[in-house]
Ligand binder design. Structure first.
Ligand SMILES: NC(=O)c1ccc[n+]([C@@H]2O[C@H](COP(=O)([O-])OP(=O)(O)OC[C@H]3O[C@@H](n4cnc5c(N)ncnc54)[C@H](O)[C@@H]3O)[C@@H](O)[C@H]2O)c1
Length: 251
């Protein structure tokens, strides 16, 4: 049986850790050639080694998603090496908690630069290639892209923006054969959440609403959903904002 990602060339940002790494490994395990992009070179090397140890094909670029020129260079590099691009997974991201009055313009702008402007730069750079291959984009948003949450206003704003960007791409490019979808996890067991520092003086009743089930999901759970959405099995899934959050955005 043909593997789901045989002959597919995929970019995964944030591939050095957590959900990005799990997605890169999952897609390579299903036959994709995966180009891993991340700001952390050591972590990228580890991901590529893991993929190669499993018999998969991967390459990497050290890459800062906040620099538009690096997005153009990344897409060019992949196309030069592998002849085209089928799937873009925007997974790199940062988080953080601060009471609203402690937010500074620098903090807010950094959050938007990584979580929203970065995916925009890459979508923009990749679109001409995705139009050629009738490819697709998967943007890693969050439950914070669907509901308001106390003490994470900058993160929530960035993820709502990413959901809006995804829906608009789906509308503008769907009929031309390029799908765009957003995945919205709740709490996932990765360094992003393991290193999460609770702000001082907060109302825990508000924070406890972020997690409904008394356990986290694992990065592999999210990777499985990304892989489905990016595969041809999901050919009619476009502009979807898919929750994988244990139910927190339900009620
Ligand atoms: N962990 C969660 O609970 C959770 C929940 C919902 C959504 N998400 C989203 O999932 C995505 C992945 O998060 P994770 O939990 O795997 O976190 P993680 O910290 O394990 O991985 C994030 C990766 O992004 C990379 N990165 C950070 N800034 C970068 C930059 N400027 N350029 C390139 N790479 C950069 C980091 O080096 C790291 O490898 C993020 O977009 C995050 O917002 C995470």
């Amino acid at each position: 049986m043909k593997e789901r990602f045989e002959d597919k060339r995929v970019i995964v940002t944030g591939a050095g850790s957590g959900i990005g790494r799990a997605t890169a490994i999952r897609m390579a395990g299903e036959g994709a050639r995966v180009w891993c992009a991340d700001i952390n070179e050591v972590a990228l090397n580890e991901t590529v080694s893991l993929i190669e140890a499993g018999g998969g094909t991967a390459a990497f670029s050290v890459f800062d998603v906040t620099d538009p020129a690096q997005s153009v260079a990344l897409v060019n590099e992949v196309v030069e090496a592998w002849g085209g691009l089928n799937v873009l997974c925007n997974i790199a991201g940062i988080g953080g908690m601060k009471p609203f009055q402690d937010l500074t313009p620098e903090y807010f702008n950094k959050m938007l630069a990584v979580n929203l402007s970065g995916p925009f730069y890459l979508c923009h750079a990749a679109m001409p290639q995705l139009l050629k291959t009738k490819g697709n984009i998967v943007n890693l948003a969050s439950s914070a892209g669907k509901i308001g949450q106390a003490y994470v206003a900058a993160y929530v704003a960035s993820k709502h923006g990413l959901v809006g960007l995804t829906k608009s791409l789906a509308m503008e490019f769907g009929r031309r054969g390029v799908r765009a979808n957003a995945i919205c996890p709740g709490a996932v067991n990765t360094p992003l959440i393991q290193n999460f520092e609770m702000a001082e003086g907060i109302d825990f009743d508000l924070v406890n609403r972020y997690n409904f089930l008394p356990w986290f999901s694992e990065p592999e759970d999210i990777a499985a959903m990304v892989a489905y959405v990016a595969s041809d099995e999901a050919r009619y899934v476009n502009g979807a904002v898919l929750s994988i959050d244990g139910g927190i955005t339900t009620g």
